[in-house]
Design a protein around this ligand. Structure first.
Ligand code: PLP
Length: 414
């Protein structure tokens, strides 16, 4: 369905701003901006002038030309009218939800979301804002529909759930949200380029650009992609959640990330190719592996219907070792003995990163919610890197699995 390939729209955007002879866009390292006419400042405060209206800039927490240019690239990536970049993925998510909900409102959310998002919805918002959340199995559309009440304002999901790797049926969720008159917000952190949630019907797409989009685990960054109207609402000087809470991006970070967007397609394809190859070998060796590209994954047909076929099935797979102790044993061997990857949270790095989700990035969830979401104590999330060769990495992974007795040393695995 969404066979759109965003790179066609992305190709020209980096050159629209700051053409002073260099091949890269300039960094506008100013926190405040001059005007030629004293009336322009009040006009910007009244919302009558701005980056899109007469090309005016006021103050860096509002809009900055470099951040704005990266934001245009994000809008092209996601196929939205507009976008704006934030200091973190959580900045994008929290500003979006605070803009859409007021006290007493209700959110229906997937029960499998990043632990920080869960903590925001489950622990932070109710006492501070009176906004409550009902968590549901997002793959069961009847349950989703039944959870929506008159107070519901937002349907929230990750396109690929962290860490269980279930795929949200975005077109059907969009239909449900449209029928109910509520806003569908999709976190597309795990699947940039692979899925285009806004093209599939989502109203707002949020990103942690800390992950695949930046690709080097050296910056914290986020983005909100949506209509002009919603981005203007977020940036309104009097009531905008992004403007007033202040998690806007630094222009130097924006310039750095803009240099990585051109090779995001190559990186996503490389992550996906390596992850699929390792997942297939793990499966053949009898390891309990989950990867959306495997023929037996329950959502593979849905993903095939929704994805752009040029970027594979994503860079993340999980292995369930049965207990946290065995998971820790394997990760320690993989890092310290075999140099397969690093024990670290996060994802989208060029090397493999691995963490035990239940005790790390999903540890904010209650035990009951972890069980309902299918996050077992022995689940290792691996963000598969593309360094080294496939044979080298498979050899390291196979040896560590053999050391802990997960696969037979004499098996034909590999
Ligand atoms: N969304 C997802 C799916 C994530 O995995 C994360 C971080 O781990 C976030 C959002 C939060 O992003 P950030 O750490 O950039 O605030």
């Amino acid at each position: 369905m969404s066979r759109r390939n965003p790179i066609e729209d992305l190709a020209h955007l980096r050159h629209e701003f700051g053409e002073h002879g260099g091949v890269n866009m300039s960094i506008e390292a100013s926190s405040t901006f001059t005007v030629m006419d004293p009336h322009t400042i009040p006009e910007m405060f009244q919302g009558r002038k701005g980056p899109e209206k007469a090309g005016c800039y006021l103050y860096g927490r509002h809009f900055n030309p470099t951040v704005y240019n990266l934001s245009r690239q994000l809008a092209a990536l996601e196929g939205t009218e507009s976008a704006y970049c934030t200091a973190s993925g959580m900045g994008a998510i929290s500003a979006t939800l605070l803009a859409l909900c007021k006290s007493g409102d209700h959110i229906v959310s997937s029960n499998t979301v990043y632990g920080g998002t869960y903590a925001l919805l489950h622990d932070f918002l109710p006492p501070t804002t009176g906004v409550t959340t009902h968590f549901v199995d997002i793959t069961n559309v009847d349950t989703v529909r039944a959870a929506i009440s008159d107070q519901t304002r937002v349907l929230y999901t990750e396109s690929v759930s962290n860490p269980t790797l279930r795929i949200a049926d975005i077109p059907r969720l969009a239909e449900i949200a449209r029928d109910a008159g509520i806003t569908l917000v999709v976190d597309n952190t795990f699947s940039p380029l692979i899925l285009s949630p806004a093209v599939l019907g989502a109203d707002v797409v949020v990103h942690s650009m800390t992950k695949f989009i930046s690709g080097m685990s050296d910056v914290i960054a986020g983005a909100v992609c949506s209509s002009h109207r919603f981005i203007e609402q977020l940036m309104d000087l009097h009531s905008g959640a992004l403007m007033l809470l202040g998690p806007t991006m630094d222009p130097k970070t924006a310039a750095e990330i803009s240099l990585r967007i051109p090779h995001l397609p190559l990186r996503m394809a490389a992550h996906g190719e390596r992850a699929l190859a390792l997942a297939e070998r793990l499966e053949a060796a009898g390891v309990d592996v989950c990867y959306p590209g495997l023929a037996g994954h329950p959502d593979r047909p849905l993903l095939d219907e929704l994805r752009c076929p040029d970027y594979g099935y994503g860079g993340v797979l999980t292995i369930d070792l049965g207990s946290e102790e065995r998971a820790n044993q394997l990760m320690a061997l993989l890092q310290n003995k075999y140099r397969f990857g690093f024990m670290a949270v996060s994802l989208g790095y060029f090397d493999t990163l691995m963490s035990c989700s239940g005790s790390s990035t999903s540890s904010e969830m209650t035990d009951e919610d972890k069980t309902a979401a299918g996050i077992s104590p022995g689940l290792i999330r691996m963000s598969i890197g593309y360094t080294g060769t496939l044979e080298q990495r498979w050899g390291q992974l196979r040896s560590a699995l053999q050391d802990i007795g997960s696969i037979d040393a004499y098996s034909k695995a590999g």
